[in-house]
Design a protein around this ligand. Structure first.
Ligand SMILES: NC(=O)c1ccc[n+]([C@@H]2O[C@H](COP(=O)([O-])OP(=O)(O)OC[C@H]3O[C@@H](n4cnc5c(N)ncnc54)[C@H](O)[C@@H]3O)[C@@H](O)[C@H]2O)c1
Ligand SMILES: C[C@@H](O)[C@H](N)C(=O)O
Ligand SMILES: [Zn+2]
Ligand SMILES: [Zn+2]
Length: 349
């Protein structure tokens, strides 16, 4: 095995990142070393790349970026019993404490001491990466590495879409970025109908259609509430899934939801949002869910089974595939410009 490897590293507290050569790490107690087979860019990586306010408050350069991954175990650290060389794994990116009030109630997804790969420690945009054994998820051998790497964000989408009944329910999805696109395919695979998607980008509306959306709306050109009402004969949708983080989309989605309907919110808003709570939520008796991370490990079982069922339409969502990390700047800039779905790197030996 090589002693040095390429890695996309946040080297400085400033815009961008660098492709550097670093030592291949050694797994410590309770850790494994994986050879990275596929790794995809998350919106969080983009925030770190852009060095926005959130990144400035949380990230401590120098640090290898990236957290969505599939890889093969090549070395096992002391004390690891459940994994061995050759295992094909993905990784839950939230490292939870197991000791806090939330963990003790089996709510690991809201552990108050969560640490995240590529955010609070070195990540996976490299040829090799360290994964804590407790975070490893074994994949079936025949799962494509790019699908296996997507399981982490798919878990976010699954928890959003499946937070309540979905089969046969009219559904509005706001935002068809990578997460919203994953949400569309999960909703379709789970029997939602009609799936109506509101997304301002032409490129992403086309992708939404390819993935399976029944109707697409440009919210900057037509009123999504009026369109939803006309599609649903004035009833509004049963299910509203928010994947954009746009305050306007939240308001439109709440207006477009039928009284007594279900609302699941994944998108993160850039600022506090002002809403008419009385008329949009309380008097409509909406069921509102905040969604974060993935349920451990129930969500992973669901995600893995959904992929294996063959019912998810993931290929149109993976719009960019790169061999190696050489073109990482192009990848990040395309993603920043909203000209991608999911971007996947396949590291070279
Ligand atoms: N809660 C969690 O655990 C969690 C995990 C991952 C991501 N997220 C959040 O989920 C959201 C989606 O992630 P992503 O990577 O797909 O982000 P993204 O920024 O790529 O996608 C957001 C999409 O919303 C669209 N949009 C903007 N204004 C809109 C409007 N008014 N109506 C409808 N659509 C609009 C944009 O054009 C874009 O395509 C982000 O806010 C992200 O921070 C949350
Ligand atoms: C860190 C964030 O990007 C990650 N995808 C999560 O689920 O929390
Ligand atoms: Zn992420
Ligand atoms: Zn905890």
């Amino acid at each position: 095995m090589a002693e040095k490897m390429p890695a996309i590293m946040k080297t400085k507290p400033a815009y961008g990142a660098e492709l550097v050569e670093v030592d291949v790490p050694k797994p410590g107690p309770g850790e494994v070393l994986i050879r990275v087979l596929a790794t995809s860019i998350c919106g969080t990586d983009l925030h770190i790349y852009e060095w926005n306010e959130w990144a400035q408050s949380r990230i401590k350069p120098p640090q290898i970026m990236g957290h969505e991954v599939a890889g093969e175990v090549v070395e096992v650290g002391p004390g690891v019993e459940d994994l061995q060389e050759g295992d094909y794994i993905s990784a839950e990116t939230h490292i939870v404490c197991g000791k806090c009030y939330a963990c003790k109630h089996n709510r690991y997804h809201v552990c108050q001491n969560t640490k995240i790969f590529g955010v609070d420690m070195d990540g996976v945009f490299a040829t090799y990466a360290i994964v804590p054994a407790q975070n490893a998820w074994k994949n079936p051998k025949d799962m494509k590495p790019e699908y296996a790497a997507l399981q982490e964000p798919l878990g976010n989408a699954v928890d959003t879409v499946l937070a309540g009944p979905i089969a046969g329910r009219s559904t509005l999805i706001t935002g068809a970025g990578p997460l919203g696109l994953l949400g569309i395919t999960v909703a379709k695979a789970s029997g939602a109908y009609p799936v109506i998607v509101s997304e301002p980008s032409d490129f992403r509306r086309k992708l939404a259609k390819k993935v399976g959306a029944d109707y697409v709306i440009n919210p900057f050109e037509e009123d999504p509430v009026e369109v939803v009402m006309s599609i649903t004969d004035g009833a509004g949708v049963e299910v509203f899934l928010e994947f954009s983080g746009a305050p306007k989309a939240l308001e439109q989605g709440l207006k477009a939801t039928t009284p007594g309907g279900r609302v699941s919110l994944l998108g993160l808003f850039p600022r506090d949002v002002t809403l008419d709570f009385n008329n949009l939520i309380i008097f409509k008796a909406l069921e509102v869910h905040g969604i974060t991370g993935r349920h451990l490990w129930e969500t992973w079982y669901t995600v893995s089974s959904l992929i294996q069922s063959g019912k998810l339409n993931l290929d149109p969502i993976i719009t960019h595939r790169y061999k190696g990390f050489d073109k990482y700047e192009e990848a990040f800039e395309l993603m920043r410009a909203g000209k991608t779905g999911k971007v996947v790197f396949f590291p070279k030996e």
